[in-house]
Design a binder for this molecule. Structure first.
Ligand code: DGP
Length: 125
């Protein structure tokens, strides 16, 4: 079910529990600002999620509330993960879903990295 991104942060959402080590994940990268792991329902040969360590629901929540070092560190982590996955050549796609119209399911900001195949349409229902 898509979520309302303006609801207060839910400390017990699935990704918060993964960050606390209460639930497992197939980790590909971690640093002070970010954790990256394989999506449980991959929609491309490479489908990795990158999440900030801080409690942010959405991109607007993150970029309006987080300190500059967290914003810079998180963005840099996304870039590093794309290189480590080897998708930067021949290319990849980033996606962030927000709220109901964005069909966000997990109320903790996450960047989807898709790669490993040719993508065509920009938005498909
Ligand atoms: P979104 O619709 O943008 O909120 O995408 C949520 C993604 O999270 C979806 O592709 C499936 C993935 N997901 C949901 N629960 C889990 C989980 O417990 N572990 C992992 N690795 N991925 C999950």
């Amino acid at each position: 079910m898509p979520i309302d991104p303006r609801l207060p942060y839910d400390e017990n959402n699935i990704f918060a529990r993964i960050l606390r080590g209460e639930l497992p994940c197939n980790k590909v990268y971690e640093d002070e600002f970010a954790l990256a792991f394989h999506d449980i329902r991959p929609q491309a040969p490479v489908h990795v999620l990158v999440i900030p360590r801080g409690p942010y629901v959405s991109w607007d929540d993150f970029t309006l509330k987080a300190p500059d070092d967290e914003i810079a560190g998180f963005n840099r982590a996304v870039g590093k993960v794309t290189r480590e996955l080897g998708v930067d050549r021949p290319g990849y796609r980033l996606m962030i879903n927000m709220g109901g119209h964005g069909h966000q399911e997990v109320p903790h900001l996450h960047v989807h990295i898709f790669g490993g195949r040719q993508f065509r349409c920009m938005i498909c229902d």
